[in-house]
Design a protein around this ligand. Structure first.
Ligand SMILES: Cc1cc2nc3c(=O)[nH]c(=O)nc-3n(C[C@H](O)[C@H](O)[C@H](O)COP(=O)(O)OP(=O)(O)OC[C@H]3O[C@@H](n4cnc5c(N)ncnc54)[C@H](O)[C@@H]3O)c2cc1C
Ligand code: SF4
Length: 322
């Protein structure tokens, strides 16, 4: 690991002051520190934000549930405010990593964790996402990669919570040198492109302070289903988050998001359209299954993800509609 200095910021202004000059924010450190040790990322200084006024609580704020950026994944897994319509977040948190990591890892860090692509995590590979010319995964090992090709990078965003928050129409609360702003999570994540080789529009001088989830009436239900290579301590091959509301037998509104299929958490709008206003019969669920492949271009070794995703979607819908 290269030499670097460490400081703990006492204010938000202090935390963001040196970001544009190469400081890196340290929260739980479960993603950042291994990447620094492996020389994949570099920093001149680590700025520990655990003593800054970045919230770590989960509370009601004017029609929203606000989760502080420093809330741990363990806290999300057990919090009573996240029962009911938001319970998919608790499910996703419980299936994230291990108990030790859940106790340390924070929501902000989870949303900003870097790809698990093996080329990305190898310091000798200078792939496209790290500023190089090509993506070696396309011709190489890509079993875990994206089946949608919205970016020259085919790595998936690994966060389970991000998919759930997308289905909940969450907003990200940011603080930077220009002050505070909130943006919808669906705008915060953008597929990496030539001029912005990362998965978010977070400005170089910004910090996440929290996530706002609009409160939903009690007749909304939700579920998160995750397919893994083994039953525990694994990233999602595919994760499907569903949030829906019914009146009688009719699905009034349904929001479906996927982890593991694209470079960023992805709303499956064609599946939503196949179900909204219907009773969710077997045929209508079948139409949603078919719609899941709309626009997908799997690579030679990851087409299995489409079948996995369709299976999870059907299981999730049948559970919520039963
Ligand atoms: C063995 C293992 C298994 C895992 N399994 C899963 C899994 O199944 N599902 C899943 O979703 N994740 C999984 N993870 C990822 C894990 O959830 C993340 O490593 C963790 O959430 C990162 O949070 P952190 O607080 O440790 O972030 P850090 O490592 O401290 O930071 C990560 C990045 O975010 C930045 N950052 C942190 N907080 C903020 C903030 N508030 N504002 C701006 N920037 C910030 C840091 O500068 C850094 O770039 C796993 C990790 C490991 C090691
Ligand atoms: S998928 Fe992305 S991170 Fe992986 S090698 Fe290709 S460009 Fe790099």
């Amino acid at each position: 690991m290269r030499p670097l200095s460490y400081t703990a910021s006492a204010t938000l202004d202090e935390a963001v002051a040196g970001l544009a000059a190469g400081d890196r924010l340290l929260a739980g450190g479960t993603d950042l520190l291994p990447l620094l040790k492996a020389d994949v990322l570099r920093a001149s200084r680590l700025v520990d934000i655990k003593r800054a006024p970045v919230p770590d609580d989960i509370r009601r704020v004017a029609g929203h549930i606000r989760i502080g950026a420093l809330a741990t994944i363990a806290a999300i897994a057990d919090h009573p405010l996240l029962e009911g319509p938001c319970s998919l977040l608790r499910q996703a948190a419980r299936e994230t990593a291990t108990a030790q990591i859940r106790n340390r890892a924070t929501l902000g860090g989870n949303l900003l964790q870097r790809p698990r692509c093996w080329y990305y995590r190898n310091s000798r590979s200078h792939c496209w996402l790290k500023g190089g010319a090509d993506c070696p995964a396309i011709e190489g090992h890509h079993e875990h990669h994206a089946i949608f090709d919205d970016s020259p990078c085919r790595a998936i965003h690994p966060s389970d919570l991000a998919g759930c928050l997308l289905a909940l129409n969450a907003e990200v609360v940011l603080f930077g040198l220009a002050g505070e702003r909130s943006i919808p999570l669906r705008e915060f994540y953008q597929p990496p492109e030539d001029e912005r080789r990362k998965e978010t529009v977070l400005a170089p001088d910004e910090i996440i302070t929290g996530i706002d989830i609009p409160e939903l009436p009690d007749n909304w239900r939700s579920i998160y289903l995750k397919a893994m290579e083994r039953k525990t301590w694994a990233f999602a091959l595919v994760g499907i988050a569903i949030v829906l509301q019914r009146s009688g037998d009719t699905i009034d509104e349904v929001r479906i998001a996927a982890t593991g299929l694209a470079q960023i958490p992805r709303r499956l709008v064609y599946c939503e359209q196949a179900l909204a206003g219907t009773a969710g019969t077997g045929d209508q669920i079948g139409a949603a299954r078919d719609a899941l492949g709309h626009g997908a271009h799997p690579l030679p070794d990851n087409g299995y993800k489409l079948d996995l995703a369709r299976g999870l979607l059907e299981r999730g819908l049948r559970t919520l509609l039963s």
